[in-house]
Ligand binder design. Sequence first.
Ligand code: PEP
Ligand code: MG
Length: 570
Amino acid sequence: MKGKKVYGGIAIGTALLVKEQSIEELIEKKTINKENVEQEIERFKTAHKKTIEDIEKIKDRAMSTVGSSEAQIFEAHLDMANDPMFIDSVINKISSDLLNAEYAVLEARNEIVETFMSIQDEYLKARANDIIDVTDTLIKNLIGVENQNIADVSKDTIIVANDLKPSQTIQLNNYVKGIILEEGSVTSHAAIVAKAKGIPTLVGVENALETIKNDAVVIMDCDNVDIIINPSEEQLKHYSELEKKQNEEKARLSLYKDKKCLTKDGHEIKIFGNVGSIEEAKLVKENGGFGIGLLRTELIYMNSNHFPTEEEQFKYYSEIVKLIPNEVIIRTLDIGGDKMLPYYKFPEEMNPFLGLRAIRFCLQNKEIFKTQLRAILRASAFGKVKIMLPMISNLDEILESKKLIQEAKNELKQENIAFDENIEVGIMIEIPAAAISSDILAKEVDFFSIGTNDLIQYSCAVDRMNKNVSYLYEPYHPSILRLIKMTIESAKKNHIEVGICGETAGDPDYAMILAGMGADELSMSASMIPIVKDRIAQYTVEELLKISKLVMQQTDSKSAYQALIGGKKC
Ligand code: PEP
Ligand code: MG
């Protein structure tokens, strides 16, 4: 079986199929006798009470693991379950239409879902899935089918699913050794959390739920993108030895948790984490990240039913800043492209990735931008916060943004609200135009952070999500190496810090080149932090510089990579 690697390594365990059985398959429509109406309503009420308790439990778990802001979704589930119109509709179907309770719930929910789907409102359409989620639990409670509880696994397990919902990723404990998903995206919520947790994971594994049986022994060799079901004794022995070595290596790397990232000759490089949630921020701390180099704020906008208020954002940002007060670089809203909001209609565009996104959207919607800036400034009272502007392509965008930041500061001052007056403002260098004019832009900002994910996409003109052209997505392309070098040099000449927060920073091979070019900071997924620290510690600054020069001399990606591998050995 084949798929795409999200996080490498070997995993051995017993398969647990997380399968959503359709409710329609589980229940049938029945007519009840009039004298049984009261009893049926009681059954409904008991199941309803248990459903509320179930949601409360998940909410509490979310509160303790990922924080209050992200537990909000379960608050919405509670509201739906307690909606009097929904409850009345079910009771009415039992008492007037003489339907059995489970079918009454199914009909009531179908009516609500139908109404929501018929309204031209993306938010209501998206909420239909939440209603299905809640009523599925309610019906399962009525018929006594347990919701699968991943949190209870107590032996080495490989989770096999189509995809995992946020309420399920929260439940992943240390017995979950590997994850196999049928869904294809390496940037899905489940994939991001699995990578941050360092769980060997493959996605895009077609028909996994049909091919793998519950309780089968499964070996995942994620580096070679291979899955073995019911292995032979010999295979099991071979892979168990590899897994043992991997665990010893993990234990060795865990010693870096409380250590700075130093080259062999003692030069420090800041190692930060990329996060999109409080859950991931906690993982950065656990893995020994010094700070957060990229807080992707779009996720709180995407998980909400409205533009988050200043208060909601302030609460979320300050929760993260209090967790990691050393340094948190908060990126302002990077929306548009493929990141849509269910409650906002973006204009139809021929090329959304080249359209109204990120800073362009914010500067055309100043009130939304200002709300976020005020919330970020207020969070800066609790630790070192920096503001980072995404998708900058020219000087005007910086100047206009700085004007708005100043306005927000003036307002807060007048309102006697605390914030860091000297907050640093930096930009992402992720558009070739910005990299090429980085010497000009450096004069107006306090730091750069190179976003190689988009820099490669825009330089090579290759959609970063498109599998048909993924062979052209080349981090080692001479143009990319030159743009990065050029940006680092501009930063150095202007005495500002420069970091990298694209995926390349968390690749230990590529990190060597970046460090050799003089990057001050590398920001990556939490699980990569000790691995990159370990790699940098093997080389002196001089050696890293030599390797990066060697790589820069090559004429194509392949030879650049080979030069790196050769340089590593010397
Ligand atoms: C990047 O473009 O490299 C980056 C870090 O931002 P994102 O992946 O969120 O676009
Ligand atoms: Mg980007």
